[in-house]
Design a protein around this ligand. Structure first.
Ligand SMILES: NC(=O)c1ccc[n+]([C@@H]2O[C@H](COP(=O)([O-])OP(=O)(O)OC[C@H]3O[C@@H](n4cnc5c(N)ncnc54)[C@H](O)[C@@H]3O)[C@@H](O)[C@H]2O)c1
Ligand SMILES: O=C(O)C1=N[C@H](C(=O)O)CCC1
Length: 266
């Protein structure tokens, strides 16, 4: 069976470099190109600390696609460029697997419509760690019984977006089973702006950014005389790679955009 031809955007990043190591171990994937701001024209193997691939680095996605004719794009970049990469990939018939977070709902809706028009698969997943996906699913179940909920997400201090995509996705899943509800005292006052965190339909989200952290989230539910805490920790970015590989394997069989890895898990 022929290997899936993959290009990676953001190969020198914390996630992109982990994705290259995953591809190196996978016998059914072939890295045919990378997209990066630096090193255009070089081979991946000629860039310090990257695995030994002879694939070429490009600084423009359309030039890369026309040159190497990939099946799948893995994007692990930034919200702004990641959206552009995803849009251009779909427009050029390349199936995106997107880990990049920070897309707006409107952007995801636009990409969903584009993929439908083109009839090709796409996967956008704010978190590819299987444990994190289970955490979100368990939280959706718990919210049926505990409408009072606060999300505390903790990440490294190099993260650009807040709240995390995982926290937003968790809140969106909870919204499917929970009516909007104001939490806390009806007359509560923030004596320091932001003290109660971000809010989605009355659910509060708190973002911690500290060196030493990777990716961590607690979903805390409150009820009379009890709390339920559902918690997931990623201690190493290897935790995301099983999900990335699953998404690459599945996206070539899809003809629509899937938002959330839970939709690919049996
Ligand atoms: N879905 C998940 O499971 C998951 C897990 C971890 C991180 N993420 C997300 O992945 C993204 C990357 O995270 P990270 O920790 O690897 O960040 P990072 O800063 O280490 O890597 C981002 C990379 O993108 C590159 N980049 C920026 N602009 C570019 C451009 N125009 N063209 C090509 N490359 C460009 C940078 O050079 C950098 O190497 C973030 O949005 C983060 O939230 C998702
Ligand atoms: O390290 C990051 O950045 C992460 N981003 C994703 C998010 O925003 O939820 C997934 C967890 C790690």
């Amino acid at each position: 069976m022929s290997r899936i031809k993959v290009i990676v955007a953001g190969p020198r990043g914390k996630m992109g470099s982990e994705a290259l190591r995953m591809i190196e171990k996978a016998n059914d994937l072939e890295l045919v190109g990378c997209i990066d701001r630096k090193n255009a024209g070089k081979r991946v193997q000629d860039v310090d600390e990257l695995p030994s691939f002879d694939a070429i680095i490009f600084d423009d996605i359309e030039t890369c696609i026309q040159s190497v004719n990939p099946d799948v794009l893995i994007d692990l970049t930034t919200p702004k460029v990641g959206f552009l990469h995803t849009k251009l990939a779909i427009e050029n018939g390349v199936r995106p697997v997107v880990g990049t977070t920070g897309f707006t709902k409107q952007q995801i809706d636009e990409l969903t419509g584009l993929a439908e028009d083109k009839g090709i698969g796409a996967v956008i997943a704010p978190n590819f760690a299987i444990g994190a996906v289970l955490m979100m699913q368990f939280s959706k179940w718990a919210a049926k019984y505990f409408p009072d909920v606060e999300i505390i997400e903790r990440h490294h201090d190099h993260k650009l977006d807040a709240p995390s995509g995982t926290a937003v996705k968790t809140a969106q899943l909870i919204q499917e089973v929970r009516e909007p509800k104001k939490q806390g005292h009806p007359n509560e006052q923030e004596t320091l702006s932001g003290a109660r965190g971000a809010e989605i339909d009355g659910m509060h989200i708190h973002s911690v950014r500290l060196p030493g952290l990777v990716a961590h989230q607690e979903v805390v539910f409150g009820g009379p005389g009890e709390n339920l805490t559902i918690k997931h920790d990623s201690f190493h970015r290897e935790s995301f790679m099983t999900g990335v590989k699953l998404a690459v394997d599945q996206v070539v069989k899809l003809d629509l955009l899937v938002y959330g890895l839970e939709n690919l898990l049996e």
